[in-house]
Design a protein around this ligand. Sequence first.
Ligand SMILES: Cc1cc2nc3c(=O)[nH]c(=O)nc-3n(C[C@H](O)[C@H](O)[C@H](O)COP(=O)(O)OP(=O)(O)OC[C@H]3O[C@@H](n4cnc5c(N)ncnc54)[C@H](O)[C@@H]3O)c2cc1C
Length: 311
Amino acid sequence: MNSIAVIGAGISGLACAARLKDAGLAPVVLDKGRNIGGRLATRNTRTGQQFDHSAQYIKANTDGFADVLRNAQEAGAVGPWQIQHGTRLVGTPGMRSLATYIGDGLDVRQNTKVSALRETAAGYDVTIDGAVETFDGVVSTVPAPQAIDLLEDGHPCIKELARVEFHPCLTLMVMVPADQAPPFTTLREPDQPLSWIALDSSKPGRTSRNCWVAQASPDWSRAHLELDADAMVEQMLDLFCARTGFDPATPVYASAHRWRYAAVSKPLGRPFLNANSKPLYFGGDWCLEARVEAAWLSGTAIAEDILQVHG
Ligand SMILES: Cc1cc2nc3c(=O)[nH]c(=O)nc-3n(C[C@H](O)[C@H](O)[C@H](O)COP(=O)(O)OP(=O)(O)OC[C@H]3O[C@@H](n4cnc5c(N)ncnc54)[C@H](O)[C@@H]3O)c2cc1C
């Protein structure tokens, strides 16, 4: 294949492109976001705070991903975070650092939105920011519901993509004044409206202080998904202060983020979906489970399949 487009610079897209590049191909990664990493994200505010507002820590259950994390740790992109229940690996100085590490040297185009994919005699026409480019092959790593939007009505993959379901997650980012002592480092309470609260700035390599992240449970997030930004902050801040004992009147900074497709609840059940005789693949964490490792496994499996079948 002379040209291949990978849609999405999250971990699955980056893992796929990195493996293809290692094998001598020249994939182009297209991502609508400002930064690399997708849902492995770090928010740097204009007023100087930093928050990991999506994935909180990274685990490896497979040898392949454990090798990636070991190498990333040696390179300083990952480090250990000490919490009450043991040690967790996190990106350093932010969760996004692991994406930057995996994506190093790749041709990634940020702020680049793909709106359509169409099979042609030559390959695939990809509509990118309104203009059409043709590629021999395409890998889409966007969440399954968003992949459907790229396809023509009646495309044979739509049926399986439509079976995949996600939980949303509303996330609060708060900086509290320095004189308010932290009651804990992390609190996981799956049955509470805020199912995870963490002193984000206690992770290694952070320069911010007193910065917290709180994530709402799937049920609470679904029930409050369409709140506007101010109402989301207000309601989540009240919940956060009720659990931590902080004074809701005094946050130095507070904002919220709506992850509409946060965590797959009904996955595809295999590492990827592919279509026609011409290479078109769909992957991402949603194929397997809602974890960074699953995204890496899916992207890597797609690359191996491309190399085996079309290489
Ligand atoms: C709140 C939250 C907490 C989480 N906590 C953890 C955790 O603690 N541990 C863990 O292992 N995992 C966690 N996860 C899950 C983890 O973040 C994901 O499994 C992983 O990052 C998904 O990677 P991905 O590449 O499959 O998808 P994504 O990271 O979503 O990448 C898809 C990319 O596609 C881009 N894109 C979408 N549409 C288009 C388009 N039309 N054109 C161009 N680009 C497009 C997006 O900008 C994005 O960058 C969490 C996720 C969330 C949201």
